[in-house]
Design a protein around this ligand. Structure first.
Ligand code: HEC
Ligand code: HEC
Length: 276
């Protein structure tokens, strides 16, 4: 399989004006990218696995009902099946694992990280790590990652720090929700799943949403996502304050618990925005 990503630009913190010393958290120069298109998937068994992996990501509950408790797919959060900047893209992800994660206190390989999302984001059950669905998901992510250098700081990967003037306020957030989210995600937060199982709009809370231990239940993670890509098709139109307020509202609504959360952060390092 050949490298298929287009490196659009070795962009550019560089400007002609002298800049003050960056904040310690400032990002390095970001590398822009575009995901490969489906027409570039190779023929043969490798290509079949890649296509199956993408299909699982787009229709997870239908493909693997016994592993999914939520009315959601991977692509409900990893927009475009992991091809959208600002929505936790999978381009380059096979280079980011294995890596140490404080939540488990262990070095995690990619299948373990994928299973975290099955258990928490999809409120379901993990896949066998050596079974075909897991191998297909990894094949798809490997294909998405082929064209980027292992150490490239990719634009739109990781979280955007969104600074608001005032602390988050769930009451103001409820008004933002009514004005800018409710038309799709519904007044009760449960979204719309069609009778045939097609997810028109995924739920933001309730029994069929992500559980309390999911990344999206954390304030800063959800703010980054909502600010970048919601309302759908109108990313970056909320003010930073609106993004913080609406997240304070929907992330604190009722949602499934996760019993194994008691094992998280066994060696410390629990972030301030964890819900438990
Ligand atoms: C409710 C939203 C949600 C759903 C659904 C979801 N994820 Fe995630 N996923 C996240 C968040 C949030 C992160 C962490 C992003 C971060 O902190 O940079 C993440 C991270 C990941 C990562 C690691 C990415 C990286 O760059 O380190 C992988 C791989 C992943 N998810 C795979 C999946 C797969 C496969 C599915 C479906 C089986 C899935 N996710 C479903 C929200 C979700
Ligand atoms: C035009 C319809 C629409 C609007 C308006 C909209 N969303 Fe979404 N949202 C979606 C769709 C559809 C998805 C799933 C992504 C996909 O299928 O591509 C999604 C996904 C999400 C997710 C991740 C999945 C989940 O269920 O948790 C969150 C969080 C979210 N939206 C929050 C918001 C917030 C907050 C607002 C208002 C500021 C908003 N959305 C406005 C359509 C919408």
């Amino acid at each position: 399989m050949r490298a298929v990503l287009t490196l659009l630009a070795l962009a550019a913190c560089a400007t002609s004006t002298p800049q003050p010393a960056p904040e310690p958290a400032a990002a390095p120069a970001m590398v822009a990218w575009t995901a490969p298109s489906a027409s570039m998937i190779p023929a043969g068994p490798d290509g079949d696995a890649i296509r199956r992996g993408e299909a699982i990501a787009r229709g997870t509950a239908k493909a693997l009902p016994e592993h999914v408790g939520a009315s959601m797919s991977c692509a409900s959060c990893h927009l475009g099946a992991g091809t959208t900047p600002g929505a936790f893209p999978w381009v380059g992800v096979t280079h980011r694992y294995p890596r140490y994660r404080a939540r488990s206190g262990t070095e995690e390989h990619l299948p373990k990280r994928i299973n975290d999302c099955f258990e928490r984001s999809l409120n379901g059950a993990p896949l066998p790590v050596d079974g075909e669905p897991m191998r297909d998901l990894v094949a798809y992510m490997t294909w998405l990652s082929e064209g980027v250098a292992p150490d490239a700081p990719l634009a739109g990967v990781g979280l955007t720090q969104v600074e608001a003037p005032q602390p988050p306020d769930a009451t103001r957030g409820q008004a933002v929700y009514a004005a800018k989210c409710q038309a799709c995600h519904q007044a009760n937060g449960e979204g719309i799943t069609l009778p045939d199982g097609t997810i028109a709009f995924p739920p933001l809370w309730g029994d069929k949403s992500f559980n309390i231990a999911a990344g999206m239940a954390r304030h800063d993670t959800a703010v980054s996502f909502v600010y970048e890509v919601m309302p759908l098709g109108q990313g970056r139109t909320l003010t930073p304050q609106e993004a913080h307020d609406v997240v304070a509202y929907f992330t604190t609504q009722p949602r499934p618990d996760f019993a194994a959360k008691v094992n998280d952060w066994p060696k410390g390092g629990k972030p301030a925005d964890a819900r438990y």
